[in-house]
Write a protein that binds this ligand. Structure first.
Ligand code: SAM
Length: 212
């Protein structure tokens, strides 16, 4: 994602009620924050938030939390939710490596990774969100029976992600190398900004659903 430093973005994020600040204080208390017992689904690396906005609208009985580390990117999601408030969606402007500081053990029911940054250099492999290092973090915060779903058009990243599963103790429930060609798997698929852009160029979309 091309990043621009957008003047005023930090202040908008700081003042938005949709972005939870000092989220360490909400660790273990997310159900209280939403004021209900509904399942909690988290997208990590949410970008401008189209996927989450659609999911939250379609599924009012699920609480959604989006994680994005850059204010300049999160700004767009905040502007959208201010136009169309949703009671079951909030955002966190944090680095995903800190996820265990803001969620308690098994507090999350489902995790989504959509079009995660590929970090193509070998020496940066541990920064990839579907790496074994990140899966170990997700293992703590995701319920034992919870699934993690990952979509990307980057075949190299996807092959890496699949190769990380077994050593990290995860198993694939579903693997496809062309999601949009699979009617069954594609039913109810909500497109992300990146998915729309890259599938329009003819790139096949890879997806897995994993569990432990
Ligand atoms: N999920 C969106 C989509 O599919 O359209 C955005 C994809 S974009 C390629 C990846 C996003 O993840 C970027 O906005 C980036 O800033 C964010 N991101 C990448 N690594 C992250 C991390 N470690 N912590 C938080 N956000 C991260």
């Amino acid at each position: 994602m091309r990043l621009r430093n957008i003047p005023g973005a930090d202040a908008v994020i700081e003042n938005s009620p949709y972005v939870i600040k000092e989220a360490e204080k909400t660790r273990g208390l997310w159900k209280e924050l939403f004021g209900n017992d509904h399942p909690i689904h988290v997208e990590i690396g949410m970008g401008k938030g189209r996927f989450l906005m659609t999911m939250a609208e379609q599924n009012p009985d699920i609480n959604y939390i989006g994680i994005e580390r850059y204010t300049s990117v999160l700004l767009r999601a905040v502007q959208k939710i201010e136009e169309k408030p949703l009671p079951n969606l909030v955002f966190l402007c944090i680095e995903a490596a800190d996820i265990e500081l803001v969620f308690g053990e098994q507090e999350i029911d489902k995790i989504y990774l959509n079009f995660s940054d590929p970090w193509p250099k070998d020496r940066h492999a541990q920064r990839r969100l579907p790496s074994a290092r990140f899966l170990a973090r997700f293992d703590h915060v995701l319920k034992k029976e919870g699934d993690l779903e990952f979509k990307t058009d980057n075949r190299g990243l996807f092959d890496f992600a699949v190769s990380e599963l077994e050593p990290a103790g995860w198993k694939a429930r579903v693997i496809t190398y062309d999601l949009h060609a699979d009617k069954e798997l594609c039913r109810g698929n909500v497109m992300t900004e990146y998915e729309e852009k890259f599938s329009a160029k003819g790139n096949p979309i890879c997806k897995y659903i994993i569990y432990r």
